[in-house]
Write a protein that binds this ligand. Structure first.
Ligand code: ZN
Length: 104
């Protein structure tokens, strides 16, 4: 599903995105809870898989509460956290929103 910018490039409020893409919005942290964008880098010490996880909450994820998507183990991981921004509001036009950081 593609979320489109408004034609005049105005910011689209998060509540409108929830209306546009309810399946994407399921489980989304409410915008008033947002602390910014945080990139969590993991390396599984069992299988060696390296992966990234993005969050709006700084301390929601750590090495103890994330499962390895390859082997399924939890707890034995290297974890490095990087702050992308501390913007409290979603900005569809910003280049550093999570959907722009993930290159598919
Ligand atoms: Zn693993």
């Amino acid at each position: 599903m593609v979320l489109r910018k408004k034609e005049n490039n105005d910011m689209v409020p998060l509540k409108d995105i929830v209306d546009i893409a309810p399946s994407v919005a399921k489980g989304v942290i409410k915008e008033e809870q947002r602390e910014g964008i945080f990139e969590h880098n993991y390396k599984c010490l069992k299988c060696g898989l390296e992966f990234k996880l993005y969050s709006w909450l700084e301390f929601r994820h750590d090495a103890t509460n994330v499962f390895c998507p390859e082997c399924g183990q939890r707890g034995e991981m290297l974890h490095h956290q990087k702050t992308i921004n501390t913007r409290k509001t979603f900005d569809l036009c910003a280049g550093d929103e999570i959907f722009n950081l993930m290159k598919f």
